[in-house]
Design a protein around this ligand. Sequence first.
Ligand code: ADP
Length: 722
Amino acid sequence: MPIARILFTLPLPEPFDYTVPEGMALEPGSYVAAPVGPYDRLGMVVEVLPDQPGSNRKLKAVTAVYDVPPMTAAMREFMAWTSRYTVSHPGTILSMALRARDALQPSPVETLYRVTGAVPPRMTPARQRVLQVAAELGPSASADLAAAAGVTSSVVKGLLEAGALEAFEVETDLPFPAPDPDLRGAVLTPEQASAAAALQEGVRTGGYASYLLDGVTGSGKTEVYFEAIAETLRHDPEAQTLVLLPEIALTQAILTRFEQRFGTAPAPWHSGMTPKDRRRTMRETMQGRARIVIGARSALFLPFRKLKLIIVDEEHDASFKQEDGVTYHARDLAVMRAKLEEGVVILASATPALETVVNAEAGRYERLRLSARPGTARLPEIELVDLKKAPPTRGKWLSPVLEQAMLATLAAGEQSLLFLNRRGYAPLVICKACGERLKSPGTDTWLTEHRYSGRLVCHLTGYSIPKPAHCPHCGAADSLMGVGPGVERVAEELRILLPGARIEIFSSDTVQGGDSTRSLIDRMAEGEIDVLIGTQIVAKGHNFPNLTLVGVVDADSGLKGGDLRAGERTYQLLSQVAGRAGRAERPGRAYVQTYAPDNPAMQALAANDRDGYLAVERDIRAELELPPFGRLAAMILSAPAADLVDRFALEAAGLAPNGDGIELFGPAPAPLSVIRGRHRRRFLVKSPRTVDLSAYMTAWIGRLKPPSQVRISVDIDPYSFL
Ligand code: ADP
């Protein structure tokens, strides 16, 4: 009997061998169930080996094979590559690819009822109500009919038996309607048209091609990549497109734009979906029927049938980096996947990452530029407000310059947006009596005061308590005081400055779920809000035509800490926020409050000199051999006891392999040295570009024998250093 090597969706380093029962057809990529211990588990065939006569290995048999298209060779290669690169078990990557396992089964069916027109021999008021409701609602489930008519389901059953209702079965998960590439899009500007033509040419030529769509905020990048999608749809009736967006940008607005351009919304994939919707998207994607999928970073692991175009919008966005479990950067992996799929990849941004710009300059991506906004819209003027020269009055956070601008904007009937990347009322709570700073238990973070909810919250772990009346340390009454500004506190200040203005807060605390986000965005777009105060969730993707003033309350907050990308990220975030202003006829302005007006990122922002800034950053990174001119990897060790993790960290340091050009830093306590009671230590490894740092880390881990309470995690190309 032939033997199948099966990789399971379990954190195991290797596939296992099974016999293939007579009559079962398997090939590499087939999805199967096979016994592991007492249970059948989901797995995928990696290889089928011919019969090995004479072998006396006792193997179990494959239980069943799923009736779905096998995983493609390109996807299997992609998974193998990702596993090796991220130093993760192949089975763990397979679990990521099969997040909605029900998708391997056909759609469940549901029984619906409809009226036949026949009159039941015995009519009661309850029966009459059901028939009336059924006629009004159309085909419905029994429970829905009963609920709407206010009867028990036995009445529905009775009507069925009497022939007044009939039952029929439907699949609950419907296919997505086919998008139409030829609905009319925007009339492109010459610059847009030439970028679109280049992308379409790439699609038609076929094979791997990579582009950087580098266009200022509001220049119409979306319209341009729509044309690449349209060409993909037209060119090959089986080709599929994946659009990756930062999770935060997956709002109704972008779905509506797709609907307008293609007649139907794309298949979505993100963390906020119900299991049923996930199952549907995954099934339709693996069957090849979903032609356009739009999703957050994890959509990159969906097993497409024929993925020919990947778009990474806002490619610089830090949320493409997955920090938990398997750490990966979805943009970098998207490029690799496009290569393996022999497809086209488009990275789009107004503020591309330095890595991406360096790749474009080296000729690895073709760069397409959009230098202007279409029509009369212009980029906003950005002014730095030096807080040393124009400080806010005591206890306030807005300088007189910004206050005046806000008053004038309101008087002109226009909208303002204030940006402050701090949720809640105050980021720190201290006791006036004893000076205690309130910390999250077992975790090295401060508690944030939230006034609306009256709670103190840890944003890292989610721990929260009602604000205590007494200091937990010294017991003093009414002594706890919030320090520093959060969005709630700035709102309080504005209500005094602009009495009567319609002021709202946009943060993950005030909008929960798609509906409330949508409603807030709609109200802002329709001018029903005068001032919106928001965290980074306001920065992306929104078009508010009457928004002419943007104020950045604390431009310096992102510059603190030892992150090598701090300056670059600050530049990206602030220029994106500023880019919300002046997106229609009226010109926009942005005021950026800073104590560091001489910081190169601030200077570049004011001068609108992105390329100049990137050139300076690039030289610094090249000089220090930091990414993308060198490689970094981190190893984080954690354990419930500090002495245990310290002892093991020393042992690990002693076992680090030697390598040419490898520099090892640490072990050092992580900046967040305790999280949920686990003590954390970090190593940072730096190497020249030519070194395979993944292989180095794999070799190192291979030498370690951690005690059971110690956890090891590896982060190749880390973005967070906490
Ligand atoms: P970006 O993705 O570069 O920030 P968008 O694609 O969101 O820009 O475009 C910004 C706004 O300009 C949108 O409202 C869009 O509909 C509009 N727009 C883009 N291109 C055109 C065009 N050629 N003609 C008219 N409006 C356009």
